[in-house]
Ligand binder design. Structure first.
Ligand SMILES: [Zn+2]
Length: 107
């Protein structure tokens, strides 16, 4: 088995789609638009990306606040930061392949 790369589908190596990352929940894994393969973000990597991202965003907001930026600017920076999260996960997340759904498997 080869090592999964960052930001690509572990099945076909096409790029992870951020809009589909948005739809990932605990019950529904990522589904690749090119090959329909399913994948999940490795929990450790997901945690590292999340903590790193929140730290960077927090520092940015702190800097804006320290520079006495208008409240609206701080707020919109925070909002766009949150909105960029799926893209950050799509780019830096490491996706692990899930076996394809077996239609004959008992549910
Ligand atoms: Zn794929």
């Amino acid at each position: 088995m080869d090592t999964p790369a960052f930001g690509v589908c572990p099945h076909c190596r096409s790029r992870i789609s951020p809009s589909r990352v948005l739809r990932i929940t605990r019950r529904t894994p990522y589904a690749c638009p090119s090959c329909a393969g399913r994948a999940v973000i490795t929990p450790q990597i997901g945690m590292i990306v999340l903590i790193g991202y929140v730290a960077v965003l927090g520092m940015l907001l702190f800097a804006l606040d320290a520079l006495r930026a208008p409240r609206l600017a701080v707020f919109s920076a925070a909002a766009s930061g949150v909105r960029a999260m799926p893209s950050v996960f799509a780019r830096f997340g490491r996706f692990e392949a899930l076996p394809r759904r077996d239609p004959h498997a008992p549910s």
